[in-house]
Design a protein around this ligand. Sequence first.
Ligand code: SAM
Ligand code: CA
Length: 221
Amino acid sequence: MSNKTFTLADDLYAYLLSVSLREDALLQRLREETAHDEMSSMQIAPEQGQFLALLARLSGARRALEVGVYTGYSSLSVARALPADGRLVACDISEPWTAVARRYWREAGVEARIDLRLAPALQTLDGLLQAGEAETFDFAFIDADKENYPHYYERALKLLRRGGLIVVDNTLWSGWVADPTRQDADTRAIRAFNQALCADQRVDISLLPVADGLTLALKRG
Ligand code: SAM
Ligand code: CA
C-alpha cells in the first residue's frame, strides 16, 4: 500500500508535486493529523485527492459514492467538487476514524453534502439498491477491504447511471500484483479483480500508475 505515486523516482515525484499540487491548508492539516495514526499509509496521496476532484468535476457528478472513508481525505476532496446540492454517500465501519473526517467536513462547510453510513459497506450499498436508487449515482470511489472489491464494484455498477465513473484504488498494490512470490489474500484479491475487470465489456477501463494504481471504469451505455 502506498500513499504516494510509488512508480516515480523520488526526485521526479517531488517535481510533480512542486508544479501541480494545489493542496490547501485544510487538506494539508488533515494529512498532518493523520500522519500520527499508525494506519496513516491508508490515506490516499495528495495528488490523488486532487485527481479525484478533477474526475468528479469532469464527470459532472452530483451524486457520488465512497467506500472507505478513513479520516476523510478523499471524501473531502470529492465533496468539495460536487455542486452545493450534491450528495456523497460515504461508507465506513470506523467511528473514531470518521469522527476525524466529520470534523474536517464541517470545517470545510461540506458536512451537509455528506451522508455518512457507519455499517459494512455491502449492507449500505444493498440498502441503496433496495431503496430504488439504482442508476442514480454519477461517480464512485472504491477504497476499502480488498477482498470485497468485486462485490463493491458490482453494486456500484448497478447504482451508477450509464456514463457514470467508478474509480478503484490500490490496483497496483505497491507492485505486489506483479510479484509471483506475493500470495497473501489482499494481493490475490486485487489480481483477480484486475483480471476480471479487463474482461468486463460493461465498462471502458484504464489502469493509471497514479499513487498506488488507480483504475477508472466508465459504465457503457
Ligand atoms: N479513502 C480513504 C482516504 O482518503 O484516506 C482511505 C480509506 S482506507 C484505505 C479503508 C477504509 O475502509 C478504512 O477506514 C476502514 O475502516 C474501511 N473499511 C474496511 N472494511 C470495511 C467495510 N466492510 N465496510 C466499510 N468500510 C470498511
Ligand atoms: Ca487506498
